[in-house]
Design a protein around this ligand. Structure first.
Ligand code: CTP
Length: 406
């Protein structure tokens, strides 16, 4: 699974305390911790006694966790370490969480170092369970889980699949990016809370026979980063995407389409209820008229190839600009091989956008299928900024900083 759209950075000065409990998935807490450190977060760790049978405190220390605590009565826990992380951390994450730890949390027990710290912690708590499906489905575990969710704990539901023990069902630790993003969201100022955001992304496919289509090399990465940045900042996000598959959190609403015409209908339907529209999709401007017959065009039917006739598609961004209501903000993108500013300014006005983000294409470091991007941002109110070669996650952050009123 490509999770480039989740690799946000800039979380220096934020602190997460990670509780690790005794599951076969305990080793996965190590790579989660590395991901958090790469985002700039500092991480402290408490292992339960059971967790130390699966993974050692030294592994966490060696990878950069500080402090690493294990055991209620260990010497490092002497100076009130059982409450220390409750004061220092911005977020407490329990990954993986066993049925036992979930039960302790639900019932307010304080008989282990970790449960004691959790009971005293007043900030956001993220819990990612991992256990055998029968333990997960047990009435007691489900009741405990509901108790935690009702109390405001942010739950990252376990995945379904084959378990370490060979059984199949629900209980696998959720994917690392899903847990990582749930944690990062708790560390992000929610300056877009309550805002409804529509993002279009990816290419469109215009089929001209049963097996062939006209398209472009867009991967949708820029749009996926824009959508994730808005979600991290608290927005209510809808993604309309062409045939690409990016992971999004459960609370992001996704609409899959294939053709420009389908993308037009899907975007226009959502736009009326949106505060922001960011149209990153590389929509086909022309679509070949489907060949007669509806089947597959055969080589022997014409030496010169299929007789394609193209007709223009409807411009989604322009239609949204035409129907824009006061209070709505529309952001367009343009990819240009020449006259970047001139073409961008023309599209800003012509398509009635509030902002246009113009990318030069034709270099390996920018544009289609690249993980970094160079852009010129122009606003209808005369503001402009130039961003040199940034990862698309950083670029997405800048787009929102430029778009939302400060
Ligand atoms: N766009 C759209 N619907 C289309 C074509 C484009 O919504 N049928 C949107 C894109 O999502 C992007 C913006 O319009 O936000 C600009 O796309 P671009 O391809 O750069 O501009 P075009 O208007 O298609 O002009 P040209 O291809 O001639 O440069």
């Amino acid at each position: 699974m490509n999770d480039t759209h989740c690799l946000f950075t800039g979380y220096q000065g934020r602190h997460v305390h990670l509780g690790v409990t005794g599951s076969i998935a305990a080793f996965k807490a190590l790579s989660l911790m590395r991901r958090l450190l790469a985002a700039g977060v500092s991480v402290g760790v408490t292992l339960t006694e059971a967790a130390t049978h699966f993974v050692t405190p030294l592994s966490f220390e060696a990878l950069g966790a500080d402090p690493v605590l294990a055991g209620m009565f260990a010497s490092e826990a002497a100076s009130f370490a059982h409450l220390g992380p409750a004061q220092a951390a911005d977020t407490f994450a329990v990954v993986p969480a066993t049925a036992n730890t979930i039960a302790r949390m639900a019932h307010g027990m304080a008989d282990t170092l970790l449960s004691c710290q959790l009971l005293a912690f007043e900030g956001p708590v993220v819990v990612a369970p991992a256990m055998n499906p029968r333990l997960w489905n047990a009435t007691a575990t489900q009741a405990n889980w509901e108790t935690l969710l009702a109390r405001g704990v942010i739950g990252v539901t376990p995945d379904c699949g084959e378990m370490a023990c060979g059984e199949t069902g629900q209980g696998r630790l959720a994917e690392e990016h899903a847990i990582g993003m749930a944690i990062l969201r708790t560390l992000t100022p929610q300056d877009m809370a309550g805002k409804k955001v529509l993002v279009s992304l990816g290419p469109t496919r215009e089929y001209f026979d049963a097996a062939r289509f006209w398209s472009n090399p867009s991967t949708g990465l820029m749009g996926a980063c824009v959508a994730m940045a808005a979600w991290l900042r608290g927005a209510d996000v809808t993604v309309v995407h062409g045939p690409v598959s990016w992971w999004f959190p459960e609370s992001v609403h996704t609409v899959a389409v294939t053709s420009a015409a389908q993308m037009y209908d899907a975007c226009l339907e959502v736009w009326g209820q949106s505060d922001y529209g960011v149209m990153t999709a590389a929509v086909a401007d022309f679509a070949p008229t489907p060949l007669p017959g509806g089947g597959k065009f055969k080589k022997e039917s014409a030496d010169e190839g299929p007789p394609l006739v193209f007709s223009p598609t409807r411009d989604i961004l322009s239609a949204m600009g035409q129907s824009k209501m006061p209070g709505q903000t529309l952001v367009g993108f343009c990819a240009e091989t020449e006259k970047l500013r001139e073409n961008a300014q023309g599209k800003l006005t012509r398509k009635r956008c509030d902002i246009i983000i113009a990318n030069p294409i034709g270099s390996v470091e920018a544009g289609f299928a690249s993980s970094s991007n160079t852009a010129l941002a122009l606003a209808a109110d005369g503001r402009e900024e130039t961003w040199e070669k940034l990862p698309k996650t950083d670029m997405a952050w800048k787009i929102w900083d430029f778009t939302i009123p400060s």
